[in-house]
Design a protein around this ligand. Structure first.
Ligand code: FES
Length: 79
């Protein structure tokens, strides 16, 4: 399993909309962090689909090492 690229070592706050689907970048190469822009093509990574249950601010993982994808679990502090 390849290591994902660390886009940054802090989460990205995003205002999400209830019922909307979001595609989280798992590879770390997207220029549209924290979301997929197709840059993973040709790698073993695929984006992770996540559907917001409610309106509000969520902190999306940008280090790509979270165990709670796509949301931050604080794991960037150990990198
Ligand atoms: Fe990273 Fe698509 S660009 S998963």
């Amino acid at each position: 399993m390849a290591e994902p690229h660390i886009a940054q070592k802090s989460p990205l706050p995003i205002e999400v909309e209830a019922g909307k689907d979001y595609w989280w970048c798992a590879c770390g190469q997207s220029k549209n962090q924290p979301f997929c822009d197709g840059s993973h093509k040709g790698s073993e990574f695929v984006p992770v689909k996540w559907t917001a249950e409610a309106n509000g601010r969520k902190f999306f993982c940008a280090c790509k090492h979270t165990k709670n994808a796509p949301l931050c679990d604080g794991g960037h502090k150990a990198l």
